[in-house]
Every structure is written in structure tokens, then in C-alpha cells.
Design a protein around this ligand. Structure first.
Ligand SMILES: *Cc1c(COP(=O)(O)O)cnc(C)c1O
Length: 298
């Protein structure tokens, strides 16, 4: 069943760093929203799936890398909704050696179609779309990461939930950014948003987020941090893993190293450096993706 656990808990993070800085930090536990369609993927897919159901295409088609939480969530949601799913995977080499994520997608009945990195770069061109339409009989196409205009209202609901739980508007929301769709959803509610790039050279995300948000006068409300990528997407370094272990032990909350671990590392680093005034209220969003805790297996 696709029924979510809503509202997700809002928990205070009290430790020596937040106490010394004299500010209030909370974590919004969107990792608990659903066991397989977790975190921001559930929020982003909510209205996209409604739209797909209304339009009645024969299948849902979407895109992702070999460890994509979005492919994972779409495969799980499609299975629960009784809708056929097709995943277009970046990198032909994974056909011979599927990752755990891809194996899971296949178990859920997702049809996987592997393409080269070069073709993947042109996946949004009209020619490639036409190829996909012909090959898969006009499926409902969801862009990479599920980041479309229809993803924004679903993400916006996390803001309204939080404001009810806090009985106030926080001074900042903090979130990890991959495609930037989640950050755009926060920004589209005019909420001050701290976005932490999970990718190397993430400064392009600023324009992506603002373009997706399509909301006037929010440029100044977006703060993008690009220095907490730890070598690039899904990469990690010992200091990140040490921080995560420490955080998990202290707060009894599991995180992963691809997104939320990096965002929290960055946020704590900013707090320690005195970036925030005393009395500031920050809500960090745990976007889920705990099936990506692969550093444990490595
Ligand atoms: C996909 C994902 C993100 C990134 O979300 P975008 O909307 O693509 O920026 C962050 N955290 C987790 C756990 C994710 O799976």
C-alpha cells in the first residue's frame, strides 16, 4: 500500500554543538514516510502519480543511475498501484552486473532499459522522447529524480506540516540537493532554503532550483552550498563517515552518506563556524534513502 505515515515526526536535535550555538535545530523525519517509497521521493511522486492515473498511459517510464533512489521508489510505487514501470538506466555496463537497487527494481516488475552515458545526456531531447514513445507505446514519462512542476506541491506539504508542528515558521529549511527538485519545492512556498549539493561542481544547481521553483522573488531565499560533496556523488571520506557514526549514536537516527549525511555534515559545520545567529530555528529534512547505506557493505 502506498499509504504514508503522515505527518512525519519533527524531532529536536540537542547536542553540544546546537547548545553552544544557542539555536534550535530540528530534523523532519521524512525517512519514516513509507518503507519503500521513502522521503522526498514519496513527496515528489504524490501528485505525479495522481496525474499519471488520470491520464491513463499504459506505463510509467523514468530515468536514473544504477543507485537511483528515484528508480527504486518508482518501481515500488508502480507495483503497489498495479501500474507497469519502465526504468531507463544510465550506463550499459550495469545490464551484466546490476546493482542492488536495479535488482530490487526488477523484482518489483520494472522493465529496465540500459543506455550509454552519451545517450543518457540527450534523454530529454525531442528525438529521444520520440524513440521512447515508439518503443514503449507512449508511456507517462517522469523526468529524472521525479523533479517536475508536479513535484512541487507534494514537497510544499512538508513545509505546511512543519509549520503546524512548530507552531511557527522556521528561519531556514535545510535539504540535500541532487536534481534540486526538493529544494525547489521548499522554495516555491517562499521558505528560506539551505540546499547542500550532493554532487561535485554543484553550482549549476542554483539555476536548476530557481527554474524549477518558478516563483517570483525567491532568489535571496536560496542559499546553495557546494563544498560538502566529499569528492562527488555517492563518494565519501573518513571524516564524513566518522561524523555520521557520531550523529547516529548521539541521536539514534540512521542517515546515509549520499544525501542526508552530507547535508547534516555541512549544516553542523556552518553552525560551528557561527554562520547562524543565536535563537535561529532550522529544520533539516531527512530525505530518506536508507537503502543507500552501502558504505556499510563496502
Ligand atoms: C533523490 C534524493 C535527494 C535529492 O533530491 P532532489 O530533489 O533530486 O534534489 C535527497 N535525498 C535523498 C535520500 C534522495 O533519495
Amino acid at each position: 500500500m502506498l499509504i504514508p505515515n503522515l505527518p512525519t515526526p519533527l524531532q529536536p536535535l540537542i547536542d553540544e554543538v546546537t547548545l553552544r550555538a544557542d539555536l534550535q535545530l530540528f530534523i523532519k523525519r521524512d525517512d519514516l514516510i513509507h518503507p519503500t517509497v521513502s522521503g522526498n521521493k514519496w513527496r515528489k511522486l504524490k501528485y505525479v502519480l495522481d496525474d499519471a492515473r488520470r491520464k491513463g498511459h499504459p506505463a510509467l517510464l523514468t530515468f536514473g543511475g544504477a543507485w537511483s533512489n528515484h528508480l527504486y521508489a518508482t518501481a515500488a510505487a508502480g507495483k503497489m498501484l498495479g501500474k507497469k514501470t519502465i526504468g531507463v538506466v544510465r550506463g550499459e555496463e550495469y545490464e551484466a552486473k546490476p546493482t542492488g537497487t536495479l535488482a530490487y527494481c526488477r523484482e518489483q516488475g520494472m522493465e529496465l532499459h540500459y543506455i550509454s552515458r552519451e545517450n543518457y545526456r540527450s534523454k530529454d531531447t525531442p528525438d529521444f522522447r520520440e524513440y521512447l514513445n515508439q518503443k514503449f507505446n507512449y508511456p507517462y514519462i517522469i523526468p529524472e529524480g521525479g523533479s517536475t512542476a508536479l513535484a512541487l506541491p507534494g514537497v510544499g506539504e512538508v513545509v505546511f506540516e512543519t509549520e503546524i508542528q512548530l507552531n511557527a515558521k522556521p528561519d531556514h529549511f535545510a535539504v540535500a540537493a541532487g536534481t534540486g527538485g526538493t529544494a525547489a519545492g521548499l522554495l516555491a512556498t517562499s521558505s528560506p532554503t539551505l540546499a547542500f549539493s550532493a554532487l561535485k561542481n554543484g553550482s549549476f544547481l542554483r539555476k536548476e532550483i530557481l527554474d524549477l521553483a518558478q516563483t517570483p522573488d525567491v532568489e535571496d531565499k536560496l542559499h546553495l552550498f557546494t563544498d560538502y560533496h566529499f569528492g562527488g556523488y555517492a563518494r565519501h571520506r573518513p571524516e564524513l563517515l566518522t561524523f555520521m557514526q557520531d550523529f547516529e549514536r548521539k541521536h539514534k537516527i540512521l542517515i546515509e552518506h549520499v544525501y542526508t549525511g552530507k547535508m547534516l555534515f555541512g549544516l553542523y559545520d556552518l553552525i560551528k563556524k557561527g554562520f547562524f545567529k543565536k535563537g535561529t530555528t532550522i529544520v533539516a529534512i531527512h530525505t530518506g534513502g536508507l537503502q543507500g547505506r552501502s558504505h556499510e557493505k563496502a
